[in-house]
Design a protein around this ligand. Sequence first.
Ligand code: DX5
Ligand code: ZN
Length: 220
Amino acid sequence: MAIISPSILSCDYSKMGEEILRMEQAGADWLHFDVMDGCFVPNLTIGAPVIKSLKKCSNLVFDVHLMITDPLRYIEDFAKAGADIITFHIESDSNVLKTLKAIKDAGCRAGISLKPKTSAHAVFPYLALIDMVLVMTVEPGFGGQSFMDDMMPKISAIRRECDLKGFGMDIEVDGGINETNISKAANAGANVFVSGNTIFKADDSKEMISLLRENANVII
Ligand code: DX5
Ligand code: ZN
């Protein structure tokens, strides 16, 4: 069953609490928080204090995507703030095993994210230790970019490896997802779908989430 995780990056920041409630009422499964440090990616967004405040507004799964240079340093902060899943980039400066241990010790689910130029094989050594792989379908940093079709073989390769090893992995796809291309990512093996602009800017976000879910569940 497809999991839809609207990216808060595309919300109206003057009323974040209401926007989160709107997503919950529209049928979102998870909420995706993009944390950017202006260093790992050329953009700045929110930190743990904002997530802590927003945690009071919703019981949905808080899916925190860290696009920061030294994630290890902040794992405890995000866990305490209410993150349920913490995903960091394999390309960051932190030691991967230490960061995974810190996430698990803090009681959260752990994810590893791959930028478009990073190969599927980079994550293979860690599959036994993680709950999710996040495959970026845009260069991380900004919402509203175009979906990269050529990332589909990467998703398939990760799903194949997980099946081979018997890991029931969540594979999340993030960047430029819309009602048309979501089925490509689903067919490739993704089961968690982040979507920012498509959901937040839709005339009817509830209808859009239903459509995304429907199209993700259609295996062509
Ligand atoms: C990009 C972020 C994405 C982004 C998705 O760096 O990780 O989560 O907000 O937004 P859309 O769906 O608009 O590409
Ligand atoms: Zn993201």
